[in-house]
Design a protein around this ligand. Sequence first.
Ligand code: UDX
Length: 435
Amino acid sequence: MNICFIGTGYVGLVSGVLFSDFGNNVICVDNDKKKIENLKKGIIPIFEPTLDELVKRNYKSKRLHFTTDIHKAIKDSDIVFIAVGTPSAKDGVSADLKNVYAVAKVIAQNINKYKIIVIKSTVPVCTGDEVEKIIKKKNSISKFDVVSNPEFLREGEAIRDFRYPDRVVVGSNNLKKIRPALEKIYEPIIKKGAKFLTTTRRSSELIKYAANAFLATKITFINEIANLCEQVGSNVDDIASGIGTDARIGSRFLRAGPAYGGSCFPKDTKALTMIGNKFKTEMSVVTSVIKSNEKRKSLLADKILKILGNPKNKKVGFLGVTFKANTDDMRDTQCLKIFPKLLKKGVKISYYDPSGEKKELKRLSCKKNSNEILTNSDLVVIHTEWDEFRSLNFSKIKSKKLKIFDMRNLYQPNSFSNKNIVYYSIGRPFYEKKA
Ligand code: UDX
């Protein structure tokens, strides 16, 4: 099948490369010339483990192509995926759809044969109707169908999530016509057990928002339970296991932490409340999730200040600063809201992140490894759950007491043989080794 992906960000690049790995002829299009030139050289603009080998292998096999020529790419393709960014708009809540609509206009000019136009970008309900209208307005004669096919890829796990999804969702008002082609390109995934769910276009658009909002709700719920655990002396990890083993709840996304961040949950929860407003339907649960998640960052900053006692000139070293492990993405990462509160109280902040120095943190001292953080801090904060932070070298801590605030509960409270460590975590009773 001849496929083109318009937009080579997380979604477009990962999906396009993997469809080419399944044997399709895929053209990835971007308007960023430099990015396209780099991709041809195997230089990948996103931090996604093993993506570079996949790009090189498929580009070499001539199944995968990169171009800025959107017109030719559309003309040469049977299925055109729209995978451009839909960031939050200036109001900070609704989705900005200008890129999607701009691409729709270009597609309208290049429908040289029947096309299936697939919206993979995360878009509010009814966007597919709007895209269809835009194309029809510019090109009333050509035959085409507009389909919704949302993705459920996690950053850092996108390749695995694409290859082994729980389900593929396809939404269309003309399923009879488009189903065979979509089933064909997704065949390798369906064969491995993924469900192929079909529905209307609007339902498919809403499934994406509902999925992200529910996951954000689940995380926020366990975070609030963690707060209660700290007051009643319970252990949130045990609560998570105790409820997660109920098949109706499920154990994933019940890890208490420093609030959810990233480019999706914050954006999509807000966009869902906007969709609710637009259709005069109150989304009170999601609204409270957004509020609770935002408040959590300030709550954790207060907890750091409380652990420090007198914060002035105290040295706090952060292990990890991205919104989660296995990514270099700083979008809506939790520490960006925690740092200002600490700096205002005179705290000296340093950090080490395995994905490298961050331009957003120019004012802070960036260390080269975790040992530099361990030996130069009064308090070490484990902010992201990188694997290397699961086996820190505490033996170097000889003299003074080192406090550790483990925001990801990577360690067990009673696991420190070194009595110079004072360990704090999330939602678990405080434990100090007797001298
Ligand atoms: C998310 C969705 O999982 C994915 O399906 C969608 O396509 C895009 O948005 P992503 O934002 O990449 O993926 O990361 P994810 O792994 O979902 O984590 C999101 C945030 O929730 C991170 O800040 C993470 O630390 C936090 N989280 C996740 C928790 O705090 N606890 C958990 O149990 C899981």
